[in-house]
Design a protein around this ligand. Structure first.
Ligand code: NAD
Ligand code: LMR
Length: 327
C-alpha cells in the first residue's frame, strides 16, 4: 500500500529538493509507492501548482498521487510520515531562535491538525527553525500522538561533522562513524568527535590535532548554517533536504549495527537533560519507525560544559514559548 508523506512549505527551497527524493523512493525504498501531500499558505498555492506539474513531468514510477492544499487537515489526512518544513528561514545577522515568536505559532495549529487527522502511527520530523522548540510546540499541541513519534532534525549537523572530519583526514564521509550532535540545532550545539571512528579507528587519534577539534572543527559545524547564508544569500536547502531524507530513511529502515545517528527527541532524563525537553542525542533505530537513545556515553569536561550550555539554551527557548505549549 502507498505511504502518505506530507510536506509543509512544499513550494519553498527545501520542499523543492525534498519532494523528488521522496517520490524517487529514497525513504521507503524501491518497492513502496508514495502519495505526496503538500501544504502551503494560500498565496503560495500558485507556485505549488508549478511544483506539482514538475512532479508529474518526472513520471516517477512510485508516485501514485500529489495532493496540494492550504488546509492542514487535508494535507495531513492519514499521513504516515510528515516533514514540518514550512516556516520562515533566518536572514543574515539573525540567530535561529530569533524566529521563535514568528514561527512558533505555526506549530500550534499543525500539531492539533496532526493529532486529529494523521495516521495513528504517524512519524513527524520537524525541520522548520528553531526546530527543537518548534517540535516541542507541535507535540504539546498534538498529544494524541505519542512523544516517541516526534523528532527534530540535527542530521544536517551530524553530516556536517562527518564531512569536516573526513576532509581533515583525507578520508571519505562514509568512513566516519558515530559522531554525535548534542543539544540544540543552534550555534551552542556540541558536535562530539570523542566517540567517532574513521575507518574503524578513533577519530581523535586519526586527526591528531586537539586544538583543531576544540576550535575550528567545533566552530565550523556550529556556524555552518550562517556560512551558507553568507555565501548564498539564502539558507541551506539542498543539504537540508538531503539530511531530511537521511533522517527519515534511518528512522524507517534502521541504523547499521554498532552505528548511531543524531536526532533531537524527547528527553527521558538521560545525560541529565530535563525530561521532556527536545534535545539532540545519539539514537539507534531498529528500522520500524522507533528509536532508542544510546545510553552511557562518557564526556570529557570540555564537551560536558558545551552540552550543558546548549541544554540551558533549550530550557530558555522552552520557557520563552510557554504560552504556546497548550494546557
Ligand atoms: P523557504 O522560505 O524557501 O520556504 C518556506 C516555505 O514555507 C514557503 O514556501 C512558505 O510559503 C511556506 N510556509 C510558511 N508558513 C507556512 C505555514 N504556516 N504552512 C505551510 N507552509 C508555510 O524556506 P526554506 O529554505 O525551505 O526553509 C524552511 C525552514 O527550514 C526554515 O525555518 C529554515 O530555517 C529551516 N531549516 C532547517 C534546517 C535544519 O537543519 N533543521 C536546515 C535548513 C533550513
Ligand atoms: C542550517 O543549519 O543550515 C539551517 O538551520 C538554516 C540556518 O538558519 O542556519
Amino acid at each position: 500500500m502507498a505511504k502518505r508523506v506530507a510536506v509543509t512549505g512544499a513550494a519553498g527551497q527545501i520542499g523543492y529538493s525534498l519532494l523528488p527524493r521522496i517520490a524517487a523512493g529514497e525513504v521507503f525504498g524501491p518497492d513502496t509507492p508514495v502519495i505526496l501531500q503538500c501544504l502551503e499558505i494560500t498565496p503560495a498555492l500558485g507556485s505549488l501548482e508549478g511544483v506539482r506539474m514538475e512532479l508529474d513531468d518526472c513520471a516517477f514510477p512510485l508516485l501514485e498521487g500529489v495532493v496540494c492544499s492550504d488546509d492542514p487537515r487535508v494535507a495531513f489526512a492519514d499521513a504516515d510520515l510528515v516533514f514540518l518544513v514550512g516556516s520562515k528561514p533566518r536572514g543574515p545577522g539573525m540567530e535561529r531562535n530569533d524566529l521563535l515568536r514568528e514561527n512558533g505559532p505555526i506549530f500550534i495549529g499543525q500539531g492539533q491538525a496532526l493529532a486529529d487527522v494523521a495516521a495513528k502511527d504517524v512519524r513527524v520530523i520537524v525541520i522548520g527553525n528553531p526546530c527543537n522548540t518548534n517540535c516541542l510546540i507541535a507535540l504539546n499541541n498534538g498529544r494524541r500522538i505519542a512523544p516517541g513519534q516526534w523528532s527534530a532534525m540535527t542530521q544536517l549537523d551530524h553530516n556536517r561533522a562527518q564531512a569536516q572530519l573526513a576532509g581533515k583526514t583525507g578520508s571519505l564521509a562514509r568512513d566516519v562513524k558515530n559522531v554525535v550532535i548534542w543539544g540544540n540545532h543552534s550555534n551552542t550545539q556540541f558536535p562530539d568527535w570523542t566517540h567517532a571512528t574513521i575507518q574503524g579507528k578513533p577519530a581523535e587519534g586519526q586527526v591528531n590535532d586537539l586544538p583543531w577539534l576544540q576550535g575550528p572543527f567545533l566552530k565550523t559545524v556550529q556556524e555552518r548554517g550562517k556560512a551558507i547564508i553568507d555565501a548564498r544569500g539564502k539558507s541551506s536547502a539542498l543539504s537540508a533536504a538531503s539530511a531530511g531524507i537521511d533522517h527519515a530513511r534511518l528512522l524507517m529502515n534502521g541504523t547499521s549495527k554498532g552505528e548511531w545517528t543524531s536526532m533531537a527527541v524527547v528527553s527521558d532524563g538521560s545525560y541529565d537533560v530535563p525530561a521532556g525537553l527536545l534535545c539532540s542525542v545519539p539514537v539507534e533505530c531498529p528500522g520500524d519507525g522507533t528509536y532508542r537513545i544510546v545510553k552511557g556515553l562518557e564526556f570529557q569536561p570540555f564537551g560536558r560544559e558545551k552540552f550543558d550550555a546548549s541544554v540551558k539554551e533549550l530550557v530558555w527557548e522552552r520557557d520563552t514559548v510557554k504560552d504556546l505549549l497548550g494546557s
